[in-house]
Design a protein around this ligand. Structure first.
Ligand code: AMP
Length: 568
């Protein structure tokens, strides 16, 4: 397909905010994509592989500027100056391409295949001359682009497509394009997406127009699927109200989520944001092989840190450095050991268990796991209908230094990636939200050259809405907590715009923020502001998928009012 067609589709999508219109535009577009061109499903999501794939385009603004300058034959200083003026590097490419196209009439035949081919070469490049090669690959695409194409090419490159398309938009467009919008098929389609976690694969099967064909998409061990998410319970009573009786209660371990895949002798570990962390946890690989029976399986678990001497459980922050550690793995695994707490099974010896009721899945875990405390166990669980019993269990969890408890519906299936309310969490009252950093300001004096205050955003659909600014909670040097150094190193390459109003940062870095209270506010686009926010944890294990949305924030606000009323 001509890339021009795709970029016109991007353009149409970005011109409406209405989801139904986006679905309509996409559905029409999907009808024209042949199976050979189905990689376009990745480009629609601003990517070149499925989201869980670690090969990312990862182009800095500097490389993009150099490529634009080469393609249009303008000095890169001029491109940078224009970027500072316009603020959007994609728009800069569009403007300069437009000006150039008025003087030269280059042959124009860019295809989506060519775009994908060149972009896929980018993450493969390593070693000497990488930057030049990257620039050459991008320049080649830009020289045969029209202005709109160059705008979207640059946006894909810097990871900021801004067309407002979410996975669900694509799901509804597939339903419309290939299943006559038959809502009865929506759940089947959703389940296929859950098992596949790859919209290109689902698209190819769906294109045949037979809903039964989607059953051929199976879970694959070694290919990550999304983790099921929890909702908040207001209190014990509330949990019973939502989940019925009896229900299961478990410890809520304060570590990080680990999805464990094993096939034969090969174990693969993924975080909640589907990052492959197998290399970082060699001891866990051994535990899996030794203490879990089965030829192939996918387990869901929480890895929690503990102090080697006292055996006391630590919080997530204490072990977070293990997730991204690339060197001295053995030493750090001895210094900061983890215990794996298995709490779910999604696949076992060739059978998909996603639809199996939780009660049966929990029984299966207890059959296949041989518990070894401080190495690998199954999570502490109780089936109960008694509120008093829950209270005792909750107290004990907190005494054991865990975060709280989870409530689980015994009959519920496993729903990947969704907060459907089958699983609720209860923690002691703390005003806390996971948010993403979307901007900041340069510091002055001692902090000059650093991004010293950070704009926090929540989300609404695929939009990020600002909710506050924070400059505290971050340590200047300290090894404990979140450091300026660390945060700056992560944020600087993500800067997408910079002007007198501050810095705009690509939403990627998720942090846990504590605050005193939430107020309605006209100053932030979310309509809310946090009072006295403080960054407490850098959540390396989480992605933007996990951050709070407007509905949750409103709920927090209502609860806060109820509390003030009760105690005030
Ligand atoms: P939150 O991070 O507050 O949204 O709570 C949900 C998280 O709790 C999950 O993503 C898991 O990482 C973690 N968790 C700890 N213990 C359990 C458990 N027994 N069952 C499910 N999730 C758990």
């Amino acid at each position: 397909m001509r890339f021009e067609k795709l970029s016109n589709c991007y353009e149409k999508l970005s011109q409406t905010t209405k989801r139904l219109e986006k679905v309509e535009i996409l559905a029409k577009f999907f009808e024209n994509i042949s199976t050979e061109d189905s990689d376009i499903l990745y480009l629609i999501q601003g990517d070149i592989y499925p989201a869980y794939d670690e090969r990312k385009i990862g182009i800095s603004n500097q490389i993009a500027i150099k490529a634009i300058s080469k393609a249009v034959g303008t000095d890169s200083k001029k491109v940078t100056a224009l970027w500072k003026k316009i603020g959007d590097i994609g728009e800069v490419a569009k403007k300069l391409t437009n000006e150039k196209k008025q003087t030269t009439l280059a042959s124009h035949l860019l295809t989506t295949k060519k775009v994908i081919d060149n972009l896929r070469k980018l993450p493969e490049l390593i070693g000497k001359g990488t930057v030049e090669k990257k620039i050459a690959l991008i320049t080649e695409l830009l020289t045969s682009s029209n202005p709109t194409e160059s705008l979207y090419l640059i946006r894909i490159l810097i990871g900021d497509l801004r067309i407002g398309v979410q996975e669900s938009t694509i799901k509804y467009a597939i339903l419309k394009a290939f299943f006559k919008n038959n809502k009865e098929y929506e759940e089947d389609l959703q389940r296929a997406i859950d098992r596949s976690n790859d919209l290109k694969e689902v698209f190819e099967f769906a294109k045949r127009g037979k809903i039964e064909d989607l059953e051929k998409i199976q879970l694959q061990v070694g290919k990550p699927i999304k983790a099921m998410l929890a909702q908040k319970a207001e209190n014990i009573e509330d949990a019973f109200k939502h989940l019925g009786t009896p229900l299961a209660i478990e410890y809520k371990y304060d570590g990080f989520r680990l999805l464990i895949h094993k096939k034969g002798n090969i174990v693969t570990l993924f975080t909640r944001s589907l990052e492959n962390v197998t290399k970082q946890f060699p001891e866990v690989i051994n535990y899996i092989k030794e203490f879990v029976k089965g030829e192939s399986f996918i387990l869901d678990s929480e890895a929690v840190g503990y102090d080697k001497e006292t055996k006391r459980y630590t919080d997530f922050q204490a072990i977070s450095q293990r997730i991204r550690r690339k060197y001295n793995i053995k030493q750090i695994s001895e210094k900061l050991p983890v215990e794996v707490n298995v709490f779910d099974v999604l696949y076992y010896n060739g059978k998909n268990e996603l639809e199996t009721p939780f009660k049966k899945r929990a029984e299966l875990i207890r059959k296949i796991v041989t518990p070894h405390p401080y190495k690998l166990i199954y999570s502490k669980m109780k089936i109960t209908s008694n509120e008093k019993e829950v209270k005792e269990f909750y107290k004990k969890a907190l005494k054991d230094n865990q975060e709280g408890i989870m409530f689980k519906n015994l009959e519920a299936p496993y729903k990947p990636g969704r907060r459907v309310g089958n699983m609720l969490k209860l923690k002691p009252e703390e005003n806390e939200l996971d948010l993403v950093i979307t901007g900041g300001e340069w510091g002055t004096g001692k902090r000059s050259g650093w991004i010293s205050s950070f704009i926090l955003s929540c989300k609404e659909g695929d939009k990020f809405l600002e909710i506050g600014k924070v400059g505290t909670g971050i340590k200047e040097k300290s090894k404990e907590g979140v450091g300026f150094n660390e945060l700056n190193a992560k944020l600087k390459p993500l800067i997408i715009k910079e002007d007198k109003n501050g810095i705009k940062i690509k939403p990627k870095i998720v942090v846990t923020v504590h605050y005193q209270d939430i107020q309605r506010s006209p100053n932030y686009e979310s309509g809310w502001a946090l009072r006295f926010p403080r960054i407490t944890t850098l959540r390396e294990d989480r992605g933007t998928h996990d951050i709070a949305n407007l509905e949750e924030i409103e709920k927090e606000f209502i609860n806060q009012r109820a509390k003030n009323y009760k105690y005030g």
